[in-house]
Each structure stands twice: as structure tokens, then as C-alpha cells.
Design a protein around this ligand. Structure first.
Ligand code: ZN
Ligand code: ZN
Ligand code: FE
Length: 756
């Protein structure tokens, strides 16, 4: 007696070879029926005897393809039809769109073998892929994931590719991006003026040019990279000069782990991250006297490495035999270039040659960045390889939610049911280009996941572009969320905590409801609210953005605050970067309260100390001075500086005695590395002391650490160790960044808790 059932499968089941897998499993069990993609996932109908059906269902979960992730299986019995054969049927657009979209995947081993096999018809073909590998998110315009909905639609398959596509025994059975050199996209090597170099093999020609010191703009999956020989001091210095990007480290790419180990220490867990299918950039501790060009990461202890992830990367590395700089293709401040004409125009003053191709990039997507901490991954930038996969949460979203994220390092987040769909890295919402990709990204995610948000979360700052965007939406419920509360809840949500917890949010700047700028905060937080129980004592800072760009301004404020009048009489390196006139002018501004703001920012405190020590005079990006200070700190120092805690409401952490002795040591000529370490240690002691007191008054033992400052490994390691020694339970971000890239998750969760 035959039976028939209909099965709905949800999760990551499109673009991962799921239908071919179902086909194989059904035919193996001699079942009739069909499988198809719809906008909710995959629908399977099966007909056969009970035993075969049971075997099928048991193996469905057990044997699913490696990149698939099944969230839900619903199985219903339906009337038999007498169907004996099994088919893959065309996709159907259903009323609901619940399918997840697969991130881009590294080229698989089998495709890689074919790439380097001279007898294979895809030998050295730059767009080789199969049902298990290749681009997904960056080429999909809408779902279901079918070729006509991707930027591969422009390339009709040749007969041979079609044959593979329809052959159930082929790895390319229903591979939507299937192509070969006859029918698919092509690579070209062009000069900045657009003229083509007519080389038979553009990729090997590009590799030769890299070897002779050229800078190459390279079209990748989610945008353009700028590449050059990482061992070539002159080439890297030229790239840095042309890119106008002082100080910010460049990412690197090498062909294998052994090459990376020549330059950096790589632990087992880091090897695992480097070689995973997501292929993120992993921050690794540099060996002494590594031969990587100095300008790759000036003054840094860590280098960001990744392994190749596209066929072109493999070919370039194989042909050049070099470790390569692989940094995003933009001038600093601008988003990564991803449209061809735009790239040629914007990068023509930076790159000597362009390795381009005629496959369009649907969605811009930067490389992800992470590091290893406490045996877990610590995400620094969550983008390619991870977006747009959702983060599963313990608590459901009561209504469809959009969180607009932070001003810098923006990501947005759409929430539905148990899922938070965090966007790829959008960037700093400071210019039109970035705002445009923010708005387009939101529209695309809404359509991908069929989410019509009725609840909008945004930052408390009234002037942010994201706040204004939120204000312009009609018929929605809006919730303004305090920046540091969002940081803490991003960490709580990841760990399924509902609170209350002691939340420590240390970062650059976030708008406080009292009109001051926050950034060194101890909150007692739950999902819906918080109390500010302690913070770094506020100082006045002069200037708007220049207060961030010019760390000496922070130094002046802190020195003046700690030592009283006449900071200029002190011989401090910070003053040397600017004219004394200028410093005197700013001092007057501080005295008269002209164009000043009050802040408890920990980031600005780091700026101040870095400047006092002469480590950084001009910050080209938020956090640059702090990174210099971390890099300078010597290991093995246990001393710290004095501080006071004034227990009014909220408690004020007074670092004036510490700054005074630190300045004294600088003037006396003490070693910079020791002072930097003692400063870090002081913050560690502050955190421990405040937490001990809060535990006494609040009876709380769980601590969440978040905010950009906790990307500082010296500080994070020390703080976590000391708090655990005191018996605290300590939580840090892992899946979303502790920096502002994780804010949107916190906002979304808070907004839902607030509306109940
Ligand atoms: Zn493959
Ligand atoms: Zn073909
Ligand atoms: Fe922040």
C-alpha cells in the first residue's frame, strides 16, 4: 500500500544543493513525487511505501548537505496520485517568503581541483562553481534562488552546462550559477583609462604585474579589492599614499596556512576560522621581524589574514607565489566600490591595472573580520560569509521590527519570530553613498524575508541620518534607544539573558539622555530599560568632529582637568603635533565653554593618554589612538594608577589622581610601554572595583561587556580574568561585534521589550 506525503522544509535550504540531495535520496528509496523551491523554503511530495518514506525522513536531517541548515520540517499525509518517477520542478512564488538566503561560499575542493586540472574543460575558468559553492547573497536580486533572479541571468548556459544542470548525477545538477568559459562571465585586464591589455590569460598577466610592484584593482564577490605584493615596501607605501589611508591596517591574503604561519602565530582555533567556508579576515599576532612590508599595519601587533575564497584569488596567488595585500577598494571614508564604471572612476588614481569581469554585483559586501577570544570567535565586522544569515534568539519578536543601527560601522537589523536578520556592513552613515546603500539594503532585506516592520528602533541622537530615516517612515511605532543600552543588550541577546545584569559599555561616543556624550558607562540593564549607576567622570572637550580627529584635544582636556591651570607649561609630546598657539586657543575655548561638550567617553580617554605619550597625533579613524596605545602596552606589568569613586548618583569614577601621576611619569621620562600597560591596568582595576561595589548594592553577579573599547585584547583579557577570579559570570559578544556594528541587534531586542 503506497502513501503520499507533503513535506515543507525551512531553513538554509536554497543555494546549498538541497534539491539535488532530495532527488538523490528519493530515487535511492524508489519514491515518486517532486521537489521544488518556493519562497518559504523547499516543498517535497513523496509517494511510496511506508518503510521507504520513513527511511527518507530519517536521512533527510542526517545526510543534509554540509552548508544546509534545517530549521523546521512539517510533514502532512495527502491523497496518493500514483506517481512513480521523481522530478525537480520549477520554483513557485508562494504567498510567504521565509526562505533564508545563503551567504557567499568559498570555492569547494572539487571545483578547486577542476580549476587546476589542465584536462578539465573549466581549467583556469574564473567563475567555476557548483551546487555547493560560489557566490549567493551578492548575486541574488530576489528569491526563490533561481538563475533568472541572479546576476547570472545575463549568461544563458551552453549545451554542455545545460546538460550538467539537468543531470541528476552531476555536482552541477540545478546549480543556479553554473557556467563555463564558453557561456559564462569573463575576466578582462584593463588600464585605468579603460583600454584593454590583450593578454591571452588576463589573470596570469595580472599576477606578473603584481610581482613587479603594480597595484591591482580586483573585482571580487562583494566589491573591488586593491591588491599588491605584501612584501614590497615601495608598492605598499604607494598604495597607502594613493588611498589616503594613514594608519588603518590593510588586510592580507595568502595561499595557505603555512605561508601565514611564516609571518604570524596561528593557533588551532584560528586555523579553523581561517579555513572555514566563510573565509573571514582573522586578526593574528605578528611574529617579530616578519618580512611583511611595514606600511601594511604600522605599529600594530596584529595582522589581518584571510585565505583565498574565489577562483580568481587562487589563480592570482598560485601564479604570483606572493602573499598579497587585499584591502577594500575605496578611498578612505567611502563605501567599497562594486559597480564597474564607478570603480574605474573612483579607483583610477589608486590602481595601475584593473582585473574586471562582466558579472554584476547585486549587493555590495565587505570582508568579515574576526579574532579568537576565550576559545570563541569574537566578531569585529560581520559581513561576507555571514550576512544575511539570521541570529537565532531565545525570545520571539512580538512584531516585525526594523532597527536602524548606529551612526558609525552601521548595520541594520530586521527581526521576525526568533530571527534577527543582521545586514552586511553598511559603513559610516556620513555621506550620500552610504545612506543610499543603507536604504537600498533595508528595502532588499524586507523583500528577501517578507518582513513589513511595524516597529522601528533607532538611536536617541536626533541628528543622525538613521534617526531621520526612521522619522520619515509612516504608520509605524518608533522607539528611540540609548546607544550604550543597545550595546549591552546586543550581548545579552546573544547569550539569551533577560537581565538584570551589570552592563559595562565602554566606547567612543554615544548620545546620552542628559545632553552629555556617554562612553564609559556602568548600567544596570534588562531588555526594556536601564539605570546608569556609574560612569567615568565627565570632562569638557572642545570642537565637534575635530575632538575625535585630533587626540591632543582630549589630552589637553584631561591634563587641564587633572592638573589645573597651565597645561602648556608641561613638556608633553602631544603639544608638539600642533602650534602652541592652537593649543592655547583651544584652552581658551575650554575656559569660556565655547563649542565644547561634556563627555564620559572611554575612547576619548584613550586618545588623551595616547597623545600624552606621543603615540598618536592625528586619528584618521575612530579608535586609531587607542590601537596605538594597546600596541605599546608591555606585557607582564602589574602596577596601576590611583583613582577615586565618588558615590553620588550616578557614581563618578575620578581618574584625576591617575592622570596626574601618569603625566608626572611622562615628564620624568619613564618608559612608554610601562605607562601604557599601567593605564590599561587602571581601567581593569576601575571595572573590578565598581563591579564589586555594585554586586554588594544590587546583588547582581552577571556582567555583560560591550562597546568598541573591548576590542582591545590587553584590556579585555585582563578584565575578564580579574572578574572571573572574583566569582563573576562574564559575558562578551561573539556573533555580533562589540563595536557599533552590533548595535542594531540590541536596538531591535530593546524595542520589542519596550512595547511589550
Ligand atoms: Zn564547487
Ligand atoms: Zn557553459
Ligand atoms: Fe558604541
Amino acid at each position: 500500500m503506497n502513501e503520499r506525503c507533503q513535506i515543507h522544509v525551512e531553513g538554509i535550504v536554497q543555494g546549498v544543493g538541497f534539491r539535488p540531495f532530495i532527488y538523490a535520496l528519493a530515487t535511492e528509496n524508489r519514491l515518486g513525487g517532486f521537489v521544488l523551491n518556493n519562497s518559504a523554503g523547499v516543498v517535497i511530495e513523496l509517494e511510496g511505501d511506508r518503510k521507504a518514506l520513513d527511511r527518507f525522513l530519517a536521512d533527510l536531517r542526517k545526510q543534509a548537505p554540509p552548508h544546509a541548515s534545517i530549521e523546521k520540517i512539517v510533514c502532512d499525509t495527502i491523497p496518493v496520485r500514483g506517481e512513480e518517477s521523481f522530478n525537480i520542478e520549477p520554483s513557485r512564488d508562494g504567498p510567504e517568503r521565509r526562505a533564508f538566503i545563503s551567504p557567499d561560499k568559498v570555492i569547494c575542493d572539487e571545483c578547486l581541483n577542476e580549476l587546476f586540472d589542465p584536462s578539465n574543460r573549466r581549467h583556469r575558468y574564473a567563475f567555476i562553481s557548483c551546487t555547493y559553492c560560489g557566490p549567493r547573497f551578492t548575486i541574488i536580486g530576489k528569491i526563490p534562488y533561481d538563475r533568472q533572479h541572479t546576476t547570472m541571468a545575463a549568461f544563458p548556459m551552453c549545451l554542455e552546462c545545460q546538460r550538467e544542470y539537468h543531470d541528476s548525477t552531476s555536482r552541477r545538477f540545478h546549480a543556479q550559477a553554473n557556467a563555463c568559459s564558453r557561456c559564462g562571465p569573463q575576466v578582462r585586464l584593463v588600464r585605468p583609462d579603460g583600454s584593454e591589455l590583450n593578454d591571452i590569460d588576463p589573470v596570469s598577466a595580472a599576477a606578473r604585474l603584481l610581482g613587479s610592484g603594480a597595484i591591482l584593482a580586483l573585482k571580487g564577490l562583494g566589491g573591488y579589492h586593491l591588491a599588491c605584493n605584501a612584501l614590497d615596501e615601495a608598492a605598499v607605501a604607494t598604495l597607502r599614499r594613493r588611498k589616503k589611508r594613514e594608519g588603518k591596517p590593510f588586510a592580507l591574503m595568502a595561499g595557505d596556512l603555512q605561508t601565514i604561519e611564516r609571518f604570524c602565530f596561528v593557533e588551532e582555533g584560528e586555523k579553523f576560522l581561517l579555513s572555514g567556508p566563510e573565509r573571514p579576515i582573522v586578526l593574528l599576532r605578528q611574529r617579530d621581524r616578519s618580512s611583511i612590508a611595514r606600511d601594511v599595519a604600522p605599529g600594530q601587533k596584529y595582522l589581518g589574514w584571510m585565505l583565498p575564497y574565489t577562483p580568481v584569488h587562487y589563480l592570482l596567488i598560485e601564479n604570483s607565489g606572493l602573499p598579497l595585500v587585499m584591502t577594500s577598494g575605496n578611498l578612505s571614508e567611502e563605501p567599497i566600490a562594486h559597480e564597474d564604471s564607478d570603480a574605474l572612476q573612483r579607483l583610477s588614481r589608486i590602481a595601475d591595472y584593473f582585473l574586471v569581469n562582466n558579472r554584476e554585483i547585486q549587493t555590495r559586501c565587505d570582508d568579515s573580520v574576526m579574532r579568537k577570544f576565550d576559545n570563541r570567535e569574537l566578531m569585529i565586522r560581520r559581513s561576507r560569509g555571514y550576512a544575511p544569515l539570521p541570529i537565532a534568539l531565545a525570545r520571539r519578536f512580538a512584531q516585525d521590527t526594523l532597527a536602524c543601527g548606529a551612526h558609525l560601522k552601521n548595520t541594520f537589523c530586521l527581526g521576525r519570530d526568533h530571527h534577527a536578520f543582521l545586514s552586511h556592513h553598511i559603513g559610516d552613515l556620513e555621506n550620500y553613498e552610504t545612506l543610499k546603500s543603507f536604504i537600498e539594503g533595508i528595502e532588499q532585506f524586507k523583500s528577501f524575508f517578507d518582513i513589513q516592520p511595524s516597529l522601528i528602533a533607532h538611536d536617541l541622537h536626533p541628528d543622525y541620518l538613521s534617526t531621520k530615516y526612521a522619522a520619515g517612515l509612516d504608520g509605524v511605532n518608533r522607539v528611540a534607544v540609548q546607544h550604550h543600552h543597545a550595546h549591552i543588550v546586543s550581548c545579552m541577546a546573544e547569550h539569551g539573558l533577560e537581565g538584570p545584569v551589570i552592563g559595562i559599555a565602554f566606547d567612543g561616543l554615544g548620545y546620552g539622555p542628559d545632553g552629555t556624550i556617554w562612553g564609559g558607562e556602568f548600567l544596570i540593564a534588562d531588555l526594556a530599560g536601564y539605570t546608569r549607576r556609574a560612569h567615568l567622570r565627565c570632562v569638557s572637550l572642545a570642537g565637534g568632529d575635530s575632538a575625535i580627529r585630533e587626540p591632543w584635544r582630549s589630552a589637553l582636556s584631561y591634563v587641564k582637568d587633572s592638573l589645573g591651570k597651565n597645561p602648556l607649561a608641561l613638556e608633553l609630546p602631544g603639544w608638539r603635533s600642533v602650534s602652541l598657539n592652537k593649543v592655547a586657543q583651544v584652552e581658551t575655548m575650554l575656559e569660556r565653554n565655547v563649542n565644547t561638550f561634556r563627555t564620559s567617553s572611554c575612547g576619548r580617554l584613550f586618545d588623551a593618554v595616547a597623545s600624552i605619550l606621543g603615540l598618536n597625533h592625528k586619528a584618521n579613524f575612530e579608535g586609531q589612538a587607542a590601537m596605538a596605545l594597546e600596541a605599546a602596552a608591555l606585557q607582564g606589568i602589574e602596577d596601576d594608577y590611583p583613582f577615586d569613586i565618588e558615590e553620588n548618583e550616578p557614581w563618578q569614577i575620578d581618574l584625576r589622581p591617575g592622570i596626574a601621576s601618569l603625566v608626572g611619569e611622562v615628564v620624568a621620562g619613564s618608559e612608554t610601554g610601562v605607562i601604557a600597560a599601567k593605564f590599561h591596568n587602571t581601567l581593569g582595576s576601575v571595572i573590578t572595583e565598581v563591579c564589586l561595589r555594585l554586586r554588594k548594592t544590587e546583588g547582581l553577579n552577571r556582567i555583560c561587556l560591550s562597546g568598541g573599547t573591548f576590542q582591545n585584547m590587553y584590556l579585555l583579557e585582563r578584565v575578564v580574568r580579574r572578574l572571573r577570579e572574583r566569582g563573576f559570570q562574564v559575558f562578551v559578544n561573539s556573533k555580533v561585534p562589540p563595536n557599533d556594528g552590533g548595535i542594531s541587534l540590541g536596538q531591535a531586542v530593546i524595542a520589542n521589550a519596550v512595547v511589550g
